[in-house]
Design a protein around this ligand. Structure first.
Ligand code: FES
Ligand SMILES: [Fe+2]
Length: 458
């Protein structure tokens, strides 16, 4: 990893704070457009969105727009979405309709008709002789931008001197590779322009410390005590036990959450069912819920919790295999290390399971620090050819559109944004054990921004 980001991991265990300007200041937001966004790999879309040669999507960040095109069955290219003639966008995007997709063999500019092939090369200029030979290939081609893929996601980077995508994502990529996200496909995808900073919004999904206060209905299934730690510029959280003396690697496995009830056969099903119904069908799968439902019939009363979980996962794996969904091989050690949910710097959160993931991406909305483009989507493994057809749906932040759990999160985020403006707010006090993803985020951010450094709470 880039030397600039070598930190002392132990530092995050200390009680820390950082200034609120990162969330509130217009100047800070403007500085992000210079110091952050042009320097980082950004998740721009999924490979599945451009399945055929000529398929394209746009990706916008602030006032920069990109065109991402499949130029060959095994090759993707990305360009700044601008015509080199007089600067018209090639594909229209706006602040409110910030995405476009389609399929073309040529991109024709709507203004004077200059035309480009999929490789970004100009193939038509009206009256080129008028330039008296000054229009060379370079001047008339689209401007390329770095693009690469990992886990079925497409990333772009505006910095021509950037580290490779792989290097940027490490060591998170290595821990998450076994989940084979590239084999998952969209289940649903929704977005909304939400009244909170992109960081305020993303951080609402970075730690299970808020479960007791925000999603108290879930407490009957577990206590949701969490660990949280940095992996370079990225971070992870997962289930933990409150008593440090009882903490072992095994105790932090995310398959441990089998429910708190007296009969683990029933509580495992109740938790799976609750998750499925209230988190918009995304933090588990139908296969897992159905296999959990059968536990009372398949196992005798008194089966110990570990055996219930083992049986449940084995049955679900077999059920999936029977319908053509093969589970990836993930060792118990890999599962434990992968924890429950990741922050990929700067603006992505992934809550993963063996055959599914719930993902969030937030982006600034213009130069208004009080708004963001908030997106959430679920991906899942499907039998080949059985993937649902989905598209991005604009959805107001209500329980009806997003399910009750996300609505509970939405019910905080805007008020965190408002609350932090209070003259009476002394600055964030993130939990030194459970919210290190948040402090690590601001630690890394401060290196890019040259502002907002963490300080010790004394
Ligand atoms: S601006 Fe595109 S052809 Fe003139
Ligand atoms: Fe939440």
């Amino acid at each position: 990893m880039n030397k600039q980001f070598e930190f002392d991991i132990a530092d995050l265990a200390k009680p820390l704070t950082f200034p609120v300007e990162a969330y509130l200041s217009k100047e800070y937001a403007q500085a992000e457009s210079e110091r952050l966004w042009p320097k980082v790999w950004q998740m721009a879309g999924r490979v599945e969105e451009i399945p055929e040669v000529g398929s394209y999507i746009t990706y916008d960040i602030l006032d920069q727009s990109f065109l991402i095109v499949r130029v060959a069955p095994d090759q993707i290219k990305a360009f700044y979405n601008v015509c080199p003639h007089r600067g018209r966008q090639l594909v229209n995007t706006t602040d409110t309709v910030n995405r476009a997709c389609g399929k073309r063999q040529r991109f024709v500019c709507g203004f004077h008709g200059w035309t480009f092939d999929l490789e970004g090369k100009n193939v038509y200029v009206l009256d080129p002789q008028d330039w008296k030979g000054a229009l060379n290939e370079e001047r008339t081609a689209l401007t390329p931008v770095k693009v690469d893929t990992w886990g079925g996601w497409i990333f772009i980077n505006m910095d021509p001197d950037c580290v490779s995508l792989r290097e940027f994502l490490e060591p998170a990529a290595k821990v998450l590779d076994p989940f084979e996200f590239e084999k998952m496909r969209f289940k649903w995808r929704q977005w909304v322009i939400y009244p909170a900073n992109w960081k305020t919004s993303l951080e609402a999904f970075m730690e299970p410390y808020h479960v007791a206060g925000t999603h108290s209905q879930l407490l009957k299934y577990g206590d949701y005590y969490a660990y949280s730690k940095a992996y370079g510029i990225h971070g992870v959280s997962g289930f933990d036990v409150r008593d440090p003396a009882l903490r072992t690697r095994a105790s932090t496995s995310n398959t441990r959450a089998g429910g708190l009830g007296t009969d683990p056969r029933i509580s495992t099903y109740e938790l799976a069912h609750e998750n499925y119904e209230t988190v918009n069908h995304s933090t588990t799968t139908e296969t897992l819920v159905n296999a959990a439902k059968r536990l009372v019939d398949e196992l005798p009363e008194g089966t110990p919790p570990d055996e219930v979980i083992k049986h449940w996962l084995a049955r679900a794996k077999a059920d999936d295999a029977a319908r053509g969904v093969i589970w990836p091989t993930i060792t118990p050690e890999q599962m434990t290390e992968a924890g429950l949910a990741w922050h990929l710097f700067p603006n992505v959160s992934i809550l993963q399971g063996v055959t599914f993931a719930l993902c969030y991406r937030t982006r600034p909305y213009g130069d208004d620090p009080n708004k963001c483009i908030f997106e959430a989507y679920a991906i899942e493994r499907y039998p080949e050819g059985k993937e649902p057809k989905t598209e991005w749906v604009y959805a107001e932040p209500t329980a009806e559109k997003w399910g009750p759990v996300l609505a509970q999160d939405f019910s905080n985020m805007a008020y965190v944004q408002r609350g932090m403006k209070s003259r009476g707010f002394r600055g964030p006090l993130p939990n030194p054990h459970q919210e290190r993803k948040v402090t690590n985020f601001h630690r890394v951010l401060s290196r890019y921004m040259g502002a907002g450094a963490l300080s010790l709470l004394k």
